[in-house]
Design a protein around this ligand. Structure first.
Ligand SMILES: CC(C)(COP(=O)(O)OP(=O)(O)OC[C@H]1O[C@@H](n2cnc3c(N)ncnc32)[C@H](O)[C@@H]1OP(=O)(O)O)[C@@H](O)C(=O)NCCC(=O)NCCS
Length: 294
């Protein structure tokens, strides 16, 4: 590709100056400091970025692709995620985003990914590239009773030993839902925990299971994700957390929780989009688990 005064680059995650230049673009565009990932183990090693730089080394336009293997209705789908899409205000409207999107999608096609996913508040930007919006649902219902309590320890993302433990459990985890969930994805879970201090991470010690949750509206419990090789039932989780709540909202399909909730359409502005065959979609309602958002 050729754009006067600009240099197209890819695969620059190992270059500290270029990584900082991308971080600067994302900080200015979204107000998020992605260098927070450095203490958590660094960016996803499967990440490939596509970007225009200027000759002073500033990142002008970027999009990054990463491997996001999913389980959908019990079948592993080799999917990719696209994230960190941004163009500097001074250079918008010249087709630079189109360039980096095309390069990223060509890369995903060449690698043989069966699907590409992204999250956006501007779906119109992506329909031209073959993406369509997927309806997502939350699952709401009464809190189950009668579970067996385990001992619980609160983990803290600021604590390096807790991060080491989380990384080990994330590497070994089983998908939180068989209907729709990442098979494994470490970096976004850790980064989302860093970005959202209201999210609590509680370790059910006997099960080596980490429950990510927060207090939702009206005192309900909002269950965001569970990192474990064997997923505990919702009743056991509630008994362990010792929370008196009458209602639960689960932010992923609850097929592994021995509990059923009513599926409520997600009315949020952030839309999940997919480029791939319709037949890949799960038969029932689902959501990308909150801690896997990217
Ligand atoms: C959205 C953004 C990346 C577009 O960058 P850009 O360099 O102006 O985009 P391009 O010039 O390559 O335009 C590509 C196409 O998208 C269209 N487009 C641009 N912004 C759009 C938006 N917000 N919604 C819908 N379409 C949009 C353009 O009209 C153009 O259409 P065309 O191909 O038919 O001519 C840039 O405005 C930006 O960084 N915004 C803030 C961050 C953001 O919103 N990121 C993406 C959402 S996840």
């Amino acid at each position: 590709m050729n754009r006067s005064g600009l240099i197209f680059r890819s695969d620059y995650f190992g270059d500290a100056a270029a990584w900082q230049a991308v971080a600067d673009l994302l900080e200015e565009t979204f107000g998020i400091d992605v260098t927070g990932l450095d203490r958590l183990g660094g960016p996803d090693p499967t990440c490939t970025a596509f970007a225009w730089f200027d000759d002073a080394g500033a990142c002008i336009a970027n999009i990054s692709a990463f491997a996001l293997p999913l389980v959908i209705d019990g079948v592993v789908v080799q999917a990719a995620g696209l994230q960190s899409g941004a163009v500097r205000p001074s250079h918008r409207g010249r087709g630079l985003y189109r360039d980096v999107m095309r390069a990223a999608l060509d890369h995903c096609d060449a690698k043989g990914f069966a699907a590409v996913l992204l999250l956006t508040e501007a779906p119109d930007l992506y329909t031209r590239h073959g993406f369509r919006t997927l309806p997502q649902h939350g699952f709401s219902g009464p809190a189950p009773e009668g579970g067996r309590a385990r001992s619980v320890r609160r983990l803290h993302i600021e604590n390096d030993d807790d991060v080491t433990l989380l990384r080990r459990l994330l590497d070994a985890r089983s998908p939180v839902s068989n209907r729709f969930a990442p098979l494994r994805q470490r970096e976004m879970f850790l980064f989302n925990a860093l970005l959202a201090p209201d999210v609590k991470l509680d370790l059910l010690e006997e099960d080596d299971a980490v429950v990510a949750w927060r207090s939702g509206e009206d005192g309900c419990l909002e269950l965001l994700d569970i990192v474990a090789t064997s997923i505990p039932s919702l009743a056991d989780i509630l008994a362990s957390l010792e929370i008196s709540t009458t209602r639960v909202i689960v932010r992923f399909a609850p097929d592994r929780l021995a509990w059923e909730g009513t599926a409520l359409p997600d009315a949020g502005d952030m839309k999940l989009m997919l480029r791939g065959a319709e037949s890949l979609l799960p038969a029932g309602p689902f959501a990308l688990p909150s801690m896997a958002e990217f």
